[in-house]
Design a protein around this ligand. Structure first.
Ligand code: GDP
Ligand code: MG
Length: 200
């Protein structure tokens, strides 16, 4: 159906965990949001889930080593989809020791490898800095945990900061660009999520 819109019926915070043993039971298709600190992970969750205060923007980015779970119900063309979003803060956070960082990355890796309910990995990339080493590391990392029934979607954030020219160039490469002041971009991402998970 053309011009269908996703209606966000409800959204809520589920829990924060430190270790994979504390993860909520696997009941829903899960969408993992990853990207370097400050790229806009919490903001995109709040925008997608239509609730400004759900995921907290931390004043000390990356300090929080917790995996946060959110639940949201969306309706499209009369069908309701229950989705669970997972916010992974602190990926590759630079201001901790290499040892601590490696430990966190190993912890993440262990979680992602066993969490087979994650059907979609959304890798957020700052649209102003599309070639950072950390993003290549995240890309490789995601490819290493990807299963045959899961997908990776790269999404470019903060596109309001780009010049018109640079935005056009990025879009020409079929890149999905989002920004907090472009509601249509958020709606496109919702549709893309449902399409990736359910082929709708
Ligand atoms: N200009 C602009 N700033 C944004 C956008 N999304 C997030 N930000 C800002 O970027 C900073 C980091 O966002 P946050 O969601 O906390 O990033 P996180 O560390 O990846 O969770 C905050 O100051 C946000 O207000 C956007 O689309 N455009
Ligand atoms: Mg955050």
């Amino acid at each position: 159906m053309q011009n269908s819109q996703v209606c966000v019926l409800s959204s809520s915070f589920v829990k924060s965990i430190e270790h994979k043993s504390q993860a909520p039971s696997v009941l829903y298709s899960e969408i993992a949001i990853l990207g370097r600190s400050n790229v806009g992970k919490s903001s995109i969750i709040n925008l997608l889930l239509n609730n400004k205060n759900l995921a907290k923007s931390s004043s000390t980015p990356g300090k929080t080593r917790l995996i946060n779970f959110f639940l949201s119900s969306w309706r499209l063309d009369g069908v309701v989809y229950d989705l669970r979003f997972i916010d992974f803060p602190g990926f590759g956070y630079a201001k901790v020791s290499k040892e601590e960082r490696n430990m966190w990355d190993r912890n993440l890796s262990a979680f992602l490898k066993v969490r087979d309910s994650i059907k979609l990995f959304i890798h957020l990339i700052d649209s102003r800095h599309t070639n950072l080493v950390i993003d290549n590391e995240i890309k490789n990392f995601l490819n290493s945990v990807l299963r045959s029934d899961s997908k990776i979607l790269s999404v470019f954030t903060k596109s309001d900061k780009l010049t018109k020219n640079d935005l056009t160039k990025l879009k020409q490469n079929n890149c999905l660009c989002v920004s907090h002041n472009d509601k249509q971009s958020i709606e496109s991402l919702r549709l893309m999520i449902l399409n990736s998970l359910y082929g709708v």
